[in-house]
Design a binder for this molecule. Structure first.
Ligand SMILES: O=C1O[C@H](COP(=O)(O)O)[C@@H](O)[C@H](O)[C@H]1O
Length: 258
């Protein structure tokens, strides 16, 4: 059966160490293309298990940190140094080991933690400052969005069955009923994910093995949040997974090297 041009590409690796290495090469290539075209590289990062997989970017002379503009695909509404903060995790796993200008990392405003709507609107304005003056598109076009996969099929803070899956307008949205703690979060919305130039999911370990076939083999049947991420052509979606995570995928074609 012919796949649509924006069908997810599944790339599997024997170990998460090999995955990290190829992921770093993929990111560096994307960075090069974006910097050559536009002089900057706009990236959205997730929390959870994703930041650990970015270790191939440390001590990597090809990474031009001063060209990166980093946003968070989702964030928990906690202080920036809180153990639950996705920013805190990215600092611990990556940013404290590299020379990125602090002003290139766009965090939530920690003075607005008591007002969820305001916090979310302020983060959307932060995106507008970066994107709207340069791009005329209705939604921001990230050069790269790096996503994780929760064991229930969630990605960012977009959870199965949640009303935010129907959002068509906002770039950033708040929620106070996340089934995974902490309950208060903000998240990029599906239209933003689906306007990106490139989305890469990273999923490792056997606790993702039950979910991956539902997302890749039967997206229409389950319509889980992660399978709703399908940037329009020429945008692309890659799934970087290890053998344990994709052990139960049956029909979706797997490639072993990019
Ligand atoms: O709560 C979250 O979970 C997802 C998935 O996390 P993982 O530990 O299963 O990789 C993560 O991508 C998201 O950023 C985070 O807020």
């Amino acid at each position: 059966m012919r796949q649509p041009p924006n069908a997810p590409v599944l790339v599997s690796f024997p170990s998460s160490a090999e995955l990290s290495e190829d992921l770093a090469s993929y990111i560096v290539k994307a960075q090069k293309e974006s910097v050559e075209k536009k002089g900057r590289f706009t990236v959205a990062l997730s929390g959870g298990s994703l930041p650990k997989q970015l270790k191939g970017l440390k001590d990597n002379p090809a990474v031009k940190w001063d060209k990166w503009q980093v946003f968070y695909a989702d964030e928990r509404v906690v202080p920036l140094d809180h153990p639950d903060s996705n920013h805190n995790l990215c600092v611990t796993e990556l940013f404290q080991h590299v020379h990125i200008p602090p002003e290139n990392i766009h965090t939530i405003d920690p003075t607005l933690l008591d007002d969820l709507e305001e916090l979310s609107d302020a983060y959307e304005k932060e995106l507008i400052r970066e994107f709207a003056q340069r791009d005329s598109a209705r939604f921001p076009v990230f050069d790269l969005i790096l996503l994780g996969l929760g064991p229930d099929g969630h990605t960012c803070s977009l959870f199965p069955g949640h009303e935010l899956l129907r959002e068509t307008d906002r770039w950033v949205a708040p929620l106070d009923d996340s089934p995974k703690p902490p309950p208060k979060r903000i998240t990029l919305t599906l239209p933003v994910l689906n306007h990106a130039s490139r989305v890469v999911f990273v999923a490792t370990g056997e606790n993702k093995a039950e979910m991956l076939p539902l997302i890749l083999d039967e997206p229409e049947e389950y319509k889980l949040p992660a399978s709703l991420v399908r940037p329009a052509h020429p945008g692309s979606v890659y799934w970087f997974v290890d053998n344990a995570a994709c052990a139960k995928v049956q029909f979706h074609k797997t490639i072993l090297k990019l």
